[in-house]
Design a protein around this ligand. Sequence first.
Ligand code: NDP
Ligand code: GDP
Length: 326
Amino acid sequence: MRKALITGVTGQDGAYLSQLLLDKGYEVYGLLRRSASAEVIDERLRWLGIAGRIRMVDGNLTDLSNLIRTMQEVQPDEVYNLAAQSFVKTSWSQPLLTGNVTGGGAHNMLEAVRIAAPGARFYQASSSEMYGRIQEARQSETTPFYPRSPYAVAKLYAHWMTVNYRESFGLHASSGILFNHESPLRGIEFVTRKVTDGAARIKLGLASELPMGNLDATRDWGHARDYVRAMWMMLQQDTPDDYVVATGRTVSVRDMCRIAFAHVGLNYEDFVKVDPQFLRPAEVDVLLGDPTKAREKLGWEASVSLEEMIVEMVDADLARHRARMR
Ligand code: NDP
Ligand code: GDP
């Protein structure tokens, strides 16, 4: 039985990846950081019905000694480093923490693998935010980076460190440059989930408006379930490499709002209000990925359209609120 260790196991991608690996017969270990709210920490895993099937290991990305001992004890075949301070806006209010966890934490993971599990295959969760102020209309593996937030700078450090450990120490280390991916398990602070939850609350009479930031930004949005499949595929390759994972279509926040509100029979313009507190000190205006390499080398393709995904998310949020109202 193959063993996989996932950091960030309680997050959106950690939950879907755990499900995928359990379905494939893996023994799944999750690095779990201590929380005072232990009863809600595995909410996403419970939503997927897999909470009891993951072997949790107490740990934190900022504690290298803990990570080395974890590698020694688990001896994983595959390591997926998904843990991060992952919210761009928070990276301006907590820039040093973001550097320590999202950048330095990934470096700690690489060191732990190098020292205690050098035969393991390693996946780093890189991000399209690294393209920031875009240098090419469609971003591929060869597009130069221009990060626009402390989060993106930290991710870029982790990305190049992954490349460097592959080239310096021969680690089987791959980096997935994933464009935004969403689901009913997306954190409520991210724009898609904020909008699907807002549309559901307004439809049910629980709210009357939705304050938002920049509606003109555009993103290449896919479904998290598709994107974790790409992570696994990368680690099945004989040779480690870096891949862009994206749909190849970009849509504005405004149009995403239109789709979500239309699904509940409402016009977003009646409810969405721009509130400056949700604007950012530096914006990433447009992201549009070119997933040609992932398609040709991995045989990966996105299978869910933005419209299908938003409908799934709105329906899930309606169901959640209806259950609470009972
Ligand atoms: P989430 O924010 O949903 O999950 C982040 C996870 O990291 C949580 O399990 C969190 O634990 C954990 N974590 C945070 N800090 C630490 C720490 N110091 N030590 C250990 N664990 C920690 O992120 P997603 O699932 O959406 O994303 C997964 C990864 O992919 C992240 O690295 C993200 O930056 C990256 N990414 C995501 C994209 C997306 O669109 N979703 C796009 C490109 C990259 P806890 O539950 O305790 O908070
Ligand atoms: P990001 O691409 O990782 O920053 O993902 P987000 O979902 O947080 O934001 C995507 C885009 O939506 C960014 O350009 C934001 O500026 C924009 N946006 C507009 N209004 C909001 C809002 O109210 N919340 C969030 N999170 N983003 C918003």
